[in-house]
Design a protein around this ligand. Structure first.
Ligand code: HEM
Length: 504
């Protein structure tokens, strides 16, 4: 009988006290039980039975704990989350080596209990094997066809900027929360790619979809969901789990309705977006007698939800950090605005302007580096046994590539914990590419929206700074602007308000 079973049985039939006594006894009699003793696996702190290293973990900011542990155990180490063994990879050289040189070995996805329940292994983010390969390839092709690298899409971002700037102008320089307008503008870019059209900002269909997506990402990183992932049997006591499932169900329902509308007006000669394109592929496969392909309704739904979640929260959050940094560091904001007015004046910024705006480009990169919005990437899993840097790691082991440790690597960055755009500038003020800039991760599972995100970040950020001066809310000093991230699966700024004072 497994330890968990023993604990569960004790919990239900005797009492919590009884179960704890059992645990204590098991612990006392298993004094030789430590992660170092399990084969030749990476070292790590000694785990308690069942709890693993839970008591050492800062559940709100687990990446902090892992950064601390890497100082003691090195760049490849083991922690136990409950009874689950997780290998942490830390530092630029190690993370890069694992994800790029051992791309296959470290390229599977580990799906947490909560994401397994909601995705069913479909879509891109939480999938593996042939289904993942097909969905990833199809999503990438379509992101290219309907978005990335296309002039038409660049024009769509520029058009969305106009709507967004109008919203900010309506605030008339008064303090506002940057979350909703930025989320909506960025979400509309995904809507254009996925459904083939944007929504009005006051459309309740749209606002609810965006709000739920935002809330889901927050819940996914909440301490109670993390504990639930380790001990799924506590499920019914976790209110956040219930809320998350309710919201995912509502998002699925809403998408099914949107798909029905698209099907009613579907024209195979003219694909409007990703959904049409998927339906067309599905239809062609069915007509050719292939009924067992991966192009089925669940994969469509899950891939759309993935693109929406991964493509909205990340880019919007990065933009919000960018504006917060500008308000906090007004001298850097001055330099960006000086460069923008000198190089492009009042005309609309385009992607091709990037090369002539090295300072602005450096500020965007530094925003992504310091904001570190996906601190532990998304969990990976080894696809086969691997010996890495002398450590044996078994097939199926969960792996966290600690992106924080790359973006804050002291041997790569001069001022890892400060906002220092010069990280990305050479001595002549030209833009300098840095290898350790890895906010999109690397290897087989690297972000598939990177080009799209970079395009959006550049156009939205430059347009904001061309039109407005960002300052803290009245009565708040620059020093008082808090850079502590909010708890969530991605790291967004803590709630705050800024003023956008029109300067055009
Ligand atoms: C600033 C913006 C963004 C950042 C920082 C970012 C970062 C990341 C990171 C760190 C991962 C995990 C990689 C890994 O597991 O090793 C990821 C995966 C992913 N991203 Fe992004 N992302 C951004 C924008 C986007 C956009 C705009 C889209 C889509 C339109 C997107 C779609 C995805 C998908 C589908 C995956 C899962 C890939 C897979 O499992 O094969 N991301 N992203």
């Amino acid at each position: 009988m497994g330890l968990l079973d023993l604990f569960l049985q004790s919990f239900s039939s005797i009492s919590l006290f009884g179960a704890l006594v059992v645990l204590l006894l098991v612990y006392i009699f298993s004094s030789s039980f430590s992660s170092q003793d399990e084969g030749k696996g990476p070292p790590g702190p000694k785990p308690l039975p069942l709890l693993g290293n839970l008591l050492q973990l800062d559940l709100k900011r687990p990446y902090h704990t892992f950064m601390e542990l890497s100082k003691k155990y090195g760049s490849v180490f083991t922690v136990h989350l409950g009874s689950q063994k997780v290998v942490i990879l830390a530092g630029y050289k190690t993370v890069k080596e694992a994800l790029v040189n051992y791309a296959d070995e470290f390229g599977d996805r580990y799906s947490m209990q909560i994401t397994k329940e909601s995705s069913g292994g479909n879509g891109v983010i939480w999938a593996n094997g042939e289904s993942w390969r097909e969905m990833r390839r199809f999503a990438l092709t379509n992101l290219r066809d309907f978005g990335m690298g296309k002039k038409a899409f660049e024009d769509k971002i520029i058009e969305e900027c106009t709507y967004l700037i109008d919203v900010l102008k309506k605030c008339k320089g008064e303090a506002f929360d940057t979350t909703q307008p930025i989320y909506q503008a960025v979400a509309n870019m995904i809507c254009s790619i996925v459904y083939g059209s944007r929504f009005e900002y006051d459309d309740p269909e749209f606002t609810s979809l965006v709000e739920r997506t935002n809330r889901n990402i927050q819940l996914l990183g909440s301490p109670s969901i993390q504990v639930y992932n380790m001990f799924p049997w506590i499920g019914k006591w976790v209110a956040n789990r219930k809320e998350l499932h309710t919201m995912v169900a509502a998002n699925k329902e809403q998408n099914r309705r949107l798909f029905t509308c698209l099907k009613e007006t579907f024209n195979p000669q003219m694909c409007r977006g990703f959904v049409d394109s998927f339906l067309l592929r599905k239809q062609n496969l069915e007509e050719s007698g292939n009924t067992k392909s991966h192009f089925h309704d669940n994969n469509l739904l899950q891939t759309v939800l993935n693109l929406f979640a991964a493509g909205t929260d990340t880019t919007a959050t990065t933009l919000r950090w960018g504006l917060l940094f500008m308000a906090k560091y007004p001298k850097i904001q001055d330099q960006v605005q000086e460069e923008l007015s000198r190089v492009i004046g009042s005309r609309k910024a385009q992607v091709e302007d990037r090369t002539s705006l090295p300072f602005t480009d450096a500020v965007i990169h530094e925003t992504q580096r310091l904001a570190n919005i996906v601190p532990m990437a998304i969990p990976h899993k080894t696809s086969k046994d691997v010996t890495f840097q002398g450590h044996f790691i078994k097939k199926g082991t969960t792996v966290f590539p600690l992106l924080t440790s790359v973006l804050y690597d002291e041997s790569e960055w001069e001022h890892p914990r400060s906002f220092y755009p010069a990280h990305f500038l050479d001595k002549d003020g030209k833009f300098l590419k840095r290898d350790a800039f890895m906010p999109f991760s690397a290897g087989r599972r690297a972000c598939l929206g990177e080009s799209l995100a970079r395009m959006e970040l550049f156009i939205f950020f430059t347009s904001f700074l061309q039109h407005f001066r960002f300052t803290p809310a009245p009565g708040v000093s620059e020093d008082e602007l808090d850079l502590t991230p909010r708890v969530g699966f991605t790291l967004s700024p803590s709630p705050h308000k800024l003023c956008a004072v029109s300067c055009m």
